[in-house]
Design a protein around this ligand. Structure first.
Ligand SMILES: Cc1ncc(COP(=O)(O)O)c(C=O)c1O
Length: 383
């Protein structure tokens, strides 16, 4: 397959040329006025994106590094942290808390469902002393969004408990007003809904979280938020940042600002709905329960007698469209499509067309064109 493939996995995503080109600028010193101006602009636009007046930082690390930074700066050995587990990334969050010496108080849920405020409230009643609640807002492994996050935030504030949120696969693609929802630490990655290359984590910290951070024993070195705050006062990062990625992030954030958050969320929502309708038209079933389906990760069950990896191979080789399978034990039983960042009707149509073609080729009974037709009808592309 010649030409540029369409990357429709749940991150990394397709990166606009404008963002890619930004990385070609000459190197600068990270202790120079040019860098300080760059970091100022980035931090201002992160505050806009996160809808926060709190402190924000950029860490040269993938999403995992950002989530680990959040945990290692706030969880002390012996701390009890409520963590709903409903997929791979919430399993990892639990593991990070336990490795840190904290005690993860687990809410175990069926994969494909999301924790509700009632689940969290029950866990709080049961658990006795609790120091924090840690939640994956969008479980990328199952295509589930925690729609009760605002209520959970209210509960955390009422009980004066810290709320830590992994928003790696959703920030910039769906509603997430960090201050309004009382989120104390929030982390995202550059390579998902921001339409930027991988390699950076963005982190926000609420004013009330600092007291806890200042009292955290055995501070991390590379990802110490106190050190990051000290350096941010000088408009710098503690260590050498990935400067080309900072150029890319600066451009990606400018594009977000130009589009406006509401328009961006609507675009993701409309494209997600077009995907869900097309999949339904093809007789496929979404993996998550309807009310918690994600607008940024579309997870769908592999139909019986179809080999997931074979469908994906055909999509890639014949159509140049790359989607993901499931994670872990779900590898063959789920397809996952990223509906993130630079997503538009064009990407939706190409992906649905490729999926239809590949499914038909492996013998799955469908009417060729029915998925594409459903997208066209929903998006009014025929008028
Ligand atoms: C919800 C969530 N958290 C954390 C991560 C880890 O991010 P990274 O692979 O950039 O380290 C991912 C990556 O897909 C994710 O989706």
């Amino acid at each position: 397959m010649a030409g540029k493939p369409l990357i429709m996995v749940p991150g990394p995503t397709n990166v606009p040329d404008r963002v890619l080109r930004a990385m070609l600028k000459p190197m600068i010193s990270h202790r120079s006025e040019e860098f300080r101006r760059l970091y100022d602009g980035i931090r201002e636009n992160i505050r806009y994106l996160f809808q926060t007046d709190g402190e924000v930082f950029v860490l040269t690390a993938s999403g995992t590094g950002g989530v680990e930074c959040m945990v290692n700066n706030t969880v002390n050995p012996g701390d009890r942290v409520i963590v709903p587990v409903f997929g791979l990334f919430s399993e990892r969050l639990r593991e990070k808390i336990n490795l840190r010496g904290g005690e993860a108080v687990e809410i175990q849920l069926r994969y494909g469902t999301a924790p509700t405020v009632d689940h969290v409230e029950e866990a709080l009643e049961r658990a006795g002393r609790v120091d924090a609640i840690a939640i994956v807002y969008n479980e990328t492994s199952t295509g589930v969004t925690v729609r009760d996050l605002p209520e959970i935030g209210r509960l955390a504030e009422e009980r004066d408990i810290l709320l830590l949120v992994d928003a790696v696969s959703i920030m910039g693609g769906d509603e997430l007003p960090v201050d309004e929802w009382n989120i104390d630490l929030c982390v995202t990655g550059s390579q998902k809904c921001l339409a930027c290359p991988p390699g950076l984590s963005l982190i926000s910290v609420s004013p009330r979280a600092w007291e806890k951070i200042e009292n955290t024993r055995s501070r991390p070195f590379y990802s110490d938020l106190i050190r990051m705050r000290e350096f941010a006062m000088r408009r710098e990062t503690p260590f050498t940042p990935a400067i080309p990625l900072f150029y890319a992030l600066d451009e990606a954030l400018k594009m977000i600002r130009e589009e406006g958050l509401e328009n961006r969320f609507r675009r993701h929502r409309v494209c997600a709905e077009a995907f869900y309708r097309a999949l339904e038209a093809l007789g496929l079933e979404a993996f998550p329960d309807r009310e918690v389906r994600s607008n940024t990760v579309i997870a769908v069950k592999t139909p019986e007698d179809v080999r997931n990896s074979e469908v994906r191979r055909i999509m890639k080789e014949r159509y140049g469209v790359v989607i993901a399978g499931g994670t872990g034990s779900f590898r063959e039983s789920i397809f996952r499509i990223g509906c993130m960042g630079a997503i538009s009707e064009l990407e939706v149509l190409k992906t649905v067309e490729a999926l239809e073609g590949a499914l038909s080729e492996v013998g799955y009974p469908l009417k060729i064109g029915s998925g594409v037709e459903s997208v066209r009808r929903f998006l009014h592309l025929d008028q």
